[in-house]
Write a protein that binds this ligand. Structure first.
Ligand code: NAD
Ligand code: UD1
Length: 337
């Protein structure tokens, strides 16, 4: 299939490009590089030995979208382009709604003009909010607690309404749990521009000597060791979920939500220990209070994705930590290395 990948130079997008290319799909990337570098696509081209059409532009730019649609004539779009920092979303709510909601609207309009009928959307488990029960299944009520989460839920709503009104289109809404890890080549990985907000890239930067110690946010949660529990998913498994979603979209009309997680969860301390094993050095930590907005535990019920997409995660926690370490140690300064 010809697949337009918005935000394809980003962390999840770049891994997905490699999986799409490996499965024989043709890809085209639209990215404005607000959180990525063109070096990513250079590496993806080298690793895959394939051509990738790419456009530098904003997903809210209608004329740019029309140009991409006319040149490439995509049969499906995977929409990664968006903003994802929870803290920043509170400070700049209009910017977040503009990019995450406005970008989705602009894209759907351009797809309509070009006759493109399939979209896979990057949503987040954060749309569920404080758990009423765990693991979350897709029927769990949604009550996001941040601007970022609300922007994702709004975009989900727009996509569902669009699919219902059109009838003959497909929208697959993937609610990612916590993506971690890197490509087996150690050439592609997560490269946060500023101080990492998320646990795994922070641990990796401590391990490589870029930061002194990990601050552990909270040790008084009602969890076995008092630290937060999350469902970490290897980014290559996540990338493969998009390939499965494309196949699904080709055969199903309407909008459908899927949890993309493993169904297992690990605490902050378990993650630190697993990483210490992978890098064979100790990770200094310092204890702090809870981070505002954090919840104690999150875990996916991934059975719908297994049953309907035919997709399940296969990578282990050791795969996640070993691949992160391989990427970080080979690229201590990320793509600037
Ligand atoms: P990322 O920042 O690495 O990738 C996003 C890409 O989109 C970047 O390359 C960025 O330059 C590009 N982009 C941003 N705004 C754009 C715009 N207006 N026009 C064109 N390109 C633009 O993030 P990621 O981790 O790869 O996440 C991809 C998607 O998945 C995002 O929508 C994010 O909200 C969602 N998501 C991520 C996580 C996570 O933990 N990484 C979890 C759940 C959902
Ligand atoms: C964060 C976002 C969430 C987003 C998800 C994936 C917040 C409040 N939530 O969630 O919306 O969908 O990332 O991108 O930002 N931790 C530490 N020290 C650190 C970093 C994290 O102890 O330096 C702990 C956290 O308290 C948490 C766990 O590690 O218990 C995982 O944190 P993180 O990787 O930021 O993911 P989420 O909290 O799930």
């Amino acid at each position: 299939m010809r697949v337009l990948v918005t935000g394809g130079a980003g962390y999840i997008g770049s891994h997905t490009l490699l999986e799409l290319l490996a499965q024989g799909h043709e890809v085209c990337v639209l990215d404005n590089y607000t959180n990525a570098t063109p070096e990513v696509l250079t590496r993806v081209r080298t690793l895959s030995n394939r051509t990738i059409l790419d456009y530098t532009g904003d997903v809210r730019d209608a004329s740019m979208l029309d140009k991409v649609m006319q040149d490439f004539m995509p049969e499906a779009v995977i929409h990664f382009a968006g903003l994802k920092a929870v803290g920043e979303s509170t400070e700049k709510p209009l910017y977040y709604y503009d990019v995450n909601v406005g970008g989705t609207l602009a894209l759907l309009r351009a797809m309509g003009r070009a006759g493109c009928r399939r979209i896979i959307f990057s949503s987040s488990a954060t749309v569920y909010g404080e758990p009423i029960y765990l693991p979350y299944d897709e029927a769990h009520p949604t009550a996001p607690t941040s601007v970022y989460g609300r922007s994702k839920l709004m975009a989900e709503g727009i996509l569902s309404d669009w699919a219902a009104a059109q009838g003959d289109v497909s929208a697959v809404l993937l609610r990612y749990f916590n993506p971690v890890g890197a490509h087996a080549s150690a050439q592609i990985g997560e490269d946060p521009k500023d101080v990492p907000n998320n646990l795994m890239p922070y641990i990796a930067q401590v391990a490589v000597g870029k930061r002194e110690a990990l601050t552990v946010f909270g040790d008084d949660y009602e969890t076995p060791d008092g630290t937060g529990l999350r469902d970490y998913i290897h980014v290559v498994d996540l990338a493969r979920a998009h390939v499965a979603a494309l196949d699904y979209a080709a055969n199903h009309a309407g909008a459908r939500h899927f949890n993309i997680g493993t169904g297992q969860s690990y605490s902050v301390r378990e993650m630190v220990r697993a990483f210490e094993k992978a890098c064979n050095r100790s990770i200094p930590t310092q204890q702090a209070g809870r981070r505002a907005g954090d919840i104690a535990a999150m875990q996916a019920d991934p059975r719908r994705a297994a049953a309907e997409l035919g997709w399940s995660a296969t990578h282990t926690l050791d795969d996640m930590t070993a691949s992160t370490w391989a990427w970080q140690s080979a690229n201590p300064h990320g793509y600037d290395t």
